[in-house]
Design a protein around this ligand. Structure first.
Ligand code: PAF
Length: 281
């Protein structure tokens, strides 16, 4: 595995490989790698000749009062995991290489970025699309792999890739869950024991919602109400949003039809977790 810190050098090496028709996959991450990330790396390894992983805790996607400073950084473990998964290139740039002094350019997908998490995290998706666009330009991938836990992020990145003509296939893989159903997240390590136990309610509430839908319930408001009620029963939980939206437009739906996304964000203590379920009606 070759480790690069310099965007220009990595770009030169990967562009040369691309000229030789090598098929390149990118797995963008912020590190603190867990089973969810490993599922992306393994799928990329299986399907592509060259696998590049990036580890960059991207400051532009954190709000001023968010957890940029305390976001888990476990670089040595991450390097060992990438080696074990036979990653070819690991990109770990410094902030000043990505956003040098005078940096001015941002990418924003209008509308989609303002829905769901965009409401409580203004500017978050602008930061995500900016870094992902930069990573696409640096690593010239044929495909890029993203986790399904960040469903809104995946929809926004797909839109950006299409709108900006990035010749990159966006692959979104299913949510990977711990025993008990909690979705793997780098932020799970912030949870205290009681919060971790309470957080199991997210998956349970989504499963209950799926049960209601299987029994024929179609009113989004009713399903959201059930989910909210289950979550509110947990002492450490504070709901940010529970929302059922159309899978592509992310616009709220009243009656479930076609592909819908049940998306939620909930704080347990100081830790904000997201989860979701895609339903085809
Ligand atoms: O999903 C993440 O870890 C990040 O949002 C991403 C896509 C690596 C961009 O920083």
């Amino acid at each position: 595995m070759r480790i690069f810190k310099d965007p220009g050098r990595l770009n030169a090496v990967l562009s040369a490989l691309k000229k030789r028709h090598k098929d390149i996959a990118l797995v963008p991450t912020m590190g603190a790698l867990h089973a969810g990330h490993l599922s992306l790396i393994r799928r990329a390894r299986h399907a592509h000749q060259i696998v590049a992983v990036s580890i960059f805790v991207n400051p532009s996607q954190f709000g001023p009062r968010e957890d940029f400073r305390r976001y888990p950084r476990t670089l040595q473990e991450d390097i060992a995991l990438c080696r074990a998964e036979k990653v070819d290139f690991l990109f770990i740039p410094a902030v000043k290489e990505v956003y040098p002094p005078g940096y001015r350019t941002f990418v924003e997908v209008e509308g989609l970025s303002k829905a769901l998490c965009g409401k409580s995290r203004p500017g978050h998706f602008r930061g995500v699309t900016t870094i992902v666009a930069k990573l696409f330009n640096i690593t010239v991938p044929d495909a890029a792999y993203f986790g399904g836990k960040d469903a809104q992020q995946a929809v926004i990145i797909e839109r950006m890739a299409r709108d900006l003509n990035f010749p990159v296939k966006i692959k979104v893989l299913p949510v990977v869950r711990e025993k008990g159903g909690l979705a793997f997240s780098s932020r799970n390590r912030y949870l205290k024991q009681n919060e971790r136990e309470d957080a199991l309610v997210l998956y349970q509430a989504l499963q209950q919602a799926a049960g209601l839908i299987n029994r024929g319930v179609r009113k989004a408001g009713l399903i959201e109400k059930h989910i909210r009620r289950s979550i509110k029963a947990k002492k450490s939980a504070r709901i940010d949003y529970v929302s059922i939206v159309a899978g592509r437009s992310l616009q709220p739906v009243k009656i479930l039809k076609g592909e819908c996304l049940i998306a939620l964000a909930v704080r347990f203590g100081n830790t904000r977790l997201i989860d979701n379920l895609t339903i085809k009606v």
